[in-house]
Design a protein around this ligand. Structure first.
Ligand code: USQ
Length: 402
């Protein structure tokens, strides 16, 4: 019998999702370790952009979190594409110096790994050949190393990999949750749902999913792939009133997701940058729901030999609908927010059918947070606190798909 998951390793633990996940799981009583190579931080330096809030590095945040809560997040800095490093993570040598008084991480391998350690930006992957090759190498070699580390150290370990709704593209039929049953010439077979990604980044998420499905079939691994839509938000429900523990929140054209960008644009009086017609529809979720979905997946692991797919979002909106919400949020705070359609730097359908299934996580118990006008207004009010840090020259898109 499998024991209840207790030790959780987070790869990509410094990122927009990784750090809040580490704190959330530690507060729920999991033993947590976070690993990161600081890609996001050095890529921001390289692209000359900064996040909205200046947050300390992972070690300093872990120390601060410990001071405020008494809880430990074990931390190691390194690159999962380096297999020797990943081995040291899995056998505990990478965490050999716990803070004084903390329960050591120990040599036992993790029961679950949350895999966020991928280059997450579609525009970044489309900048040039070098960034394309980096994205391919980082995302695919990292995933391959993880699979081998799990097999070598604990084949029972549950891999929870962050995927993306973008692997499906925008087909003119309903999107199912991972698989599609096909009838062809009188026979039936169930396949992974056809993929049609719209950026090189999204392609690597389709490829790492195929790789995990392959190893599930070869080695009976247990894998959950969370096909997530764009995430928004910054503040968690953790009640820790210290902004140094916030997530890394980008609003630039490369690392910012659309709603976060619109909130910052509204705060600094920049017309909201709707790309093209603005009919692009995606499935969105609050950062708080990402944390809940990941924990639910860990608590209810996939079986041995199962590649389980969840479509991880809460509600769908067009870009125009998001812009309207931000205009209303602005007017609630006395701001006159303008919207401007600009030429779309991406190749994507700007008007299309979109109806993806998303029942799996609700069945596991997800209680969604919806994007009400009050939620949008509260987020805008938070962003206004940091208005003086906004750089207007980070806003217009610089990366063109063609
Ligand atoms: N968009 C605008 N104006 C902007 C920024 C974006 O109209 O200023 C549009 C885009 O053209 C796109 C939509 O908003 O149609 C969403 O764009 P996004 O930048 O928020 O999201 P995307 O590039 O697709 O990627 C983000 C995350 C990625 C995740 C993905 C989920 O960066 O890690 O996988 O959301 S999904 O979009 O479902 O593939």
């Amino acid at each position: 019998m499998t024991r209840a998951p207790h030790k959780v390793l987070i790869l990509g633990g410094d990122g927009y999702l990784g750090w809040p996940t580490a704190m959330y799981l530690a507060r729920l009583g999991y033993k947590v370790a976070a690993v990161d190579n600081y890609f996001r931080r050095w890529a921001c330096h390289e692209l000359n952009v900064e996040p909205l809030v200046d947050v300390p590095n992972m070690q300093l945040r872990a120390a601060l979190f410990r001071e405020l809560t008494g809880l430990t997040v074990h931390v190691a800095v390194g690159d999962v594409t380096n297999y020797d490093f990943l081995r040291r993570v899995f056998d505990g040598r990478a965490f050999k110096d716990p803070p004084p008084g903390a329960d050591p991480w120990g040599p036992e391998p993790p029961d679950a790994v949350v895999h966020y350690a991928e280059q997450p930006s579609a525009p970044y992957s489309m900048i040039d050949r070098e960034k394309a090759v980096f994205t391919l190498t980082n995302n695919l070699v990292g995933t391959a190393n993880l699979v081998h580390a799990v097999r070598e150290h604990n084949p029972d370990c549950h891999i929870v990999k962050l995927g993306t709704m973008g692997v499906y593209g925008t087909p003119n039929i309903d999107i199912e949750e991972g698989y599609l049953e096909v009838e062809h010439k009188g026979r039936r077979h169930t396949f992974l749902y056809p993929k049609c990604p719209g950026s090189l980044y999204h392609l690597t998420k389709a490829q790492d999913g195929d790789m995990l499905y392959f190893y599930v079939r070869m080695w009976d691994l247990r894998v959950t792939d969370l096909n997530q839509g764009p995430v928004y938000g910054i503040v968690s429900d953790d009640g820790l009133a210290d902004d140094r523990l916030l997530s890394i929140f980008n609003y630039d054209d490369v690392f910012g997701t659309v709603l976060n960008r619109f909130l910052v644009q509204a705060a600094c009086g920049f017309p909201l940058t709707v790309y093209g017609k603005g009919g692009q529809t995606r499935g969105y979720l609050n950062l708080k729901d990402t944390l809940a979905c990941v924990e639910l997946s860990i608590r209810h692991p996939a079986s041995r030999g199962q590649y389980r797919v969840f479509n991880q979002f809460v509600e769908t909106f067009t870009v125009n609908e998001l812009a309207e919400k931000v205009v209303r949020a602005g007017s609630n705070l006395g701001l006159r927010v303008q919207v401007k359609s600009i030429p779309n730097p991406r190749r994507e359908a700007e008007e299309h059918y979109y109806n993806p299934a998303h029942t799996g996580l609700l069945e596991l118990g997800l209680k969604p947070h919806y994007l009400t006008d009050d939620v949008a207004t509260a987020m805008l009010s938070f962003v206004l606190k940091y208005k003086d840090r906004i750089h207007r020259d980070y806003i217009l898109p610089r990366v063109n798909w063609t």
